[in-house]
Design a binder for this molecule. Structure first.
Ligand code: ADP
Ligand code: SF4
Length: 686
């Protein structure tokens, strides 16, 4: 198919110093939990991005020296010549599809506790390291010899990157992570020499490093500058007015490309819950563009080609930067090129991808179950093997697991019948998408239903709650149960292994009740042992409906898992700004004289919290009654294969349900024989 002329501008080549990107789609650097530990998986993943049409495909941040070691985070490494061959593999995978390969060189300075290399951290000043685990370690102030050494390390790394075959070499000063950014900071840099004090002095290192990387490799490589122009911390950090604008003005024409964002990572990669719109950073890229003639890249969860074109035509950007949209749909550019816009698998802005990296696990994605499995399982986001023997399959449940299994089985050529108990399709994503800030989750169902509803060989029965006898009577040879889960009503959860008793006088509810529209009464306590988004979104919904709401949790911070999705501070602030009472480090004991009796697990101190309604957001139980009823005798009743997937098997994230549905469809009909089960990337035994 030919490209719609209105999108042709997106496919214009862009010159970046001595190299030329084939189009304006730019996969900016992003972490992935693979990097130096899983180089084969990394190369395969980057290769798929290039295959999908991203004109530039970048690495994650790459440590240039042992003193930049941010382990246990798994980032790239280019400490010495010995690391070059690993990078060459990634470059080869990117070049195989005609894209440019970019490397993001990073010296993490006072962000790096150097837990592996065990070197003393270094930064502009004597200060505690900034890394996340509060290591009792300080960075020492760099002297002039250290600065000279740092400049040499950047030159060495740039040369190694060039040998590995990279086309674009980054100098990275963003996300609060790197030494040049620490030098620019008005709070981290307290020096009194020519590298401290005025903005010009604090920016000196930035100018030196870009200049020297250009001297080293600029003949053959484009040199990009990734710059966090504002930390959104006011006078406590870098601001556009004080430092950002000044740096762009000082070095406007020095790099071959400006890759612009706001720091920290939590500000750059905002979730849809707190930043629902595309292009939320273009106020900054627009300013940068007005100050330089060099191409400007910016991000902002772009998935709509119309929005992309309008940003380019409006002079806000030259290249469409993307990390998450390229993760959710590595083939986004090709789909626009080929006029298949409605096939784009849109990012939902949940940051489950980030959680993989934060936990040092390979990247995963809610929308794209193949992400991170390109090498280990050989999964491709757009291709799935056709079956030699198409068969009819019954899928019970139209939540994410059932819908993904149905879509992929249909893609494999099987005919699929879906039975769903309710009149609406989508299961939990439909219900949860109605909670405050969660609207984007409906994209998980919409993407799959877009195909399923138009395929004649897919039959969908709504309002069809099946029993085990119904399933036996239907006579399907193959049955997939994706019946989901429900929230417990007894208070049992991770910190509390016994049911809470004595609550009869209270109105006890679960998230299911709230999502079903049951009304809460009076003052409400939302009790969070789940620690993800469910309790806080429900608390906010109840508050919006006019209830006095108290949030009670055993944890020391609100919704701790949301730290893994970069949302935690916004989630906690949002409860306060919504006027919700927050009670942390408190477990519920039972009924109190005046509501609910809670106890501090450390001091044992007890406290009553007034309440008429208690919403228990503790743990879920699988809806596995059908599975248990059919499991042992299914062969005798004529069902050849039976499997249970998603939350009905083990309640987890939406990402896990999509993954389970995808895996079942790939393995079908032999659900129990998984060729990749024991595959992992082993370190070399040498
Ligand atoms: P998952 O995340 O694993 O996909 P969900 O809870 O989102 O799980 O979806 C499960 C779906 O299964 C829900 O839409 C629910 O209504 C449906 N369901 C549960 N039990 C039955 C049943 N016996 N017959 C048909 N549909 C069912
Ligand atoms: Fe987008 Fe969520 Fe996928 Fe990340 S995990 S790319 S935020 S859909």
């Amino acid at each position: 198919m030919t490209t719609d002329p209105k999108y042709a501008i997106l496919f214009e080549p862009v010159k970046i110093g001595p190299v030329t990107a084939p189009n304006r789609f730019y996969q900016v650097p992003h972490c992935n939990g693979m990097a130096h530990a899983r180089p084969k998986a990394l190369a395969a993943m980057r290769g798929v991005k290039a295959e999908g049409g991203w004109g530039v495909v970048s690495t994650e941040e790459v440590e240039i020296h042992p003193s930049a070691d941010i382990g246990p985070s798994i980032e790239g490494r280019l400490w010495s010549d010995d690391d070059i061959p690993y990078h060459a593999k990634t470059v080869e995978a990117i070049h195989a599809h005609g894209s440019l390969a970019a490397i993001q060189l990073a010296h993490n300075g006072m962000y790096a506790a150097n837990l592996y290399s065990r070197l003393a951290p270094m930064g502009p000043s004597h200060q505690a390291v900034l890394s996340g685990a509060s290591e009792p370690v300080q960075a020492r102030a760099m002297d002039k010899d250290d600065i000279r050494a740092l400049r040499r390390w950047y030159r060495d790394a740039a040369r190694r990157a060039q040998i590995a075959g990279y086309d674009i070499v980054y100098m990275y000063s963003g996300h609060g992570l790197t030494t040049p950014m620490h030098f620019l900071s008005p709070t981290l840099n307290t020096r009194t020499d020519e590298y401290g004090g005025s903005v010009e002095n604090r920016a000196r290192l930035i100018g030196e490093l870009i200049t020297e990387i250009k001297e080293e490799v600029g003949q053959t490589c484009g040199v990009a500058f990734r710059f966090g122009v504002d930390e959104l911390k006011g006078s406590e950090g870098i601001t556009w007015d004080q430092e950002g604008r000044a740096v762009v003005e000082m070095f406007a024409e020095l790099p071959d490309l400006w890759d612009v964002n706001i720091a920290s990572w939590a500000n750059d990669s905002q979730t849809a819950r707190f930043s629902p719109n595309e292009g939320y950073q273009t106020d900054y890229t627009k300013e940068v563009k007005s100050l330089t003639t060099k191409p400007v890249v910016g991000v902002g969860r772009f998935t709509s080609p119309d929005a992309m074109v309008s940003k380019i035509r409006g002079g806000l950007l030259d290249m469409i930067g993307a990390a998450r949209p390229s993760i959710a749909d590595p083939f986004l550019p090709n789909k626009i090129r080929d006029n298949r816009i409605d096939e784009i698998r849109e990012c939902i802005g949940c940051n489950i991808c980030v959680s993989g990296d934060m936990l040092s696990a390979p990247i995963r994605c809610t929308q794209n179950p193949t992400m991170g499995e390109e090498w280990r399982r050989g999964w491709h986001p757009e291709r799935i093997a056709k079956s030699d023997e198409p068969e009819p399959v019954l899928i019970v449940g139209a939540g994410p697991a059932g819908l993904e299994a149905a879509l992929q089985l249909s893609n494999r050529g099987h005919s699929v019948t879906i039975a769903e108990a309710t009149k609406d399709l989508g299961g939990r994503v439909l219900r949860e998408s109605r909670l405050p800030g969660m609207a984007s989750y409906i994209r998980v169902a919409d993407y799959r239903l877009h195909y399923l509803l138009q395929r004649p060989e897919v039959e969908i029965y709504r309002d069809s709650e099946l029993t085990a006898d119904d399933i036996r009577d239907f006579g399907f040879d193959h049955v997939i149960l994706a019946t989901g889960s429900h929230w417990r009503r007894d208070g049992i959860g991770r910190a509390q292994r016994k049911a809470i008793t004595g609550l009869d006088a209270l109105h006890v509810m679960t998230p299911d009740d709230i999502m079903d529209g049951v009304s809460a009464k009076g003052r409400v306590i939302v009790y969070d042992l789940d620690h993800y988004y469910h309790a806080t979104t429900i608390a906010e919904k109840l508050r919006t409906e006019g209830h006095d709401v108290a949030y009670v949790s055993d944890a020391a911070i609100v919704a701790p898992f949301t730290a893994m999705t970069l949302e935690q501070s916004r989630v906690q602030a949002s409860l306060y700004s919504n006027g919700i009472d927050v009670h942390l480090n408190r477990e519920i004991v039972g009924a109190g004289a005046n509501g609910i009796l809670t106890r501090c697990p450390y001091s044992g101190r007890e406290e009553d919290i007034e309440a008429d309604t208690l919403v228990l957001v503790t743990e879920r139980q699988p809806n596995d009654a059908l599975y248990l009823a059919l499991k042992n005798d299914h062969a005798a009743t004529g069902i050849k294969t039976l499997t249970c997937i998603g939350d009905a098997y083990a309640p987890s994230t939406v990402a896990a349900a999509i993954y389970a549905g995808h895996k079942a469809a790939r393995l079908f009909p032999d659900f129990d024989s998984d060729p990749a089960e024991f595959i992992w990337e082993r370190p070399s035994p040498d």
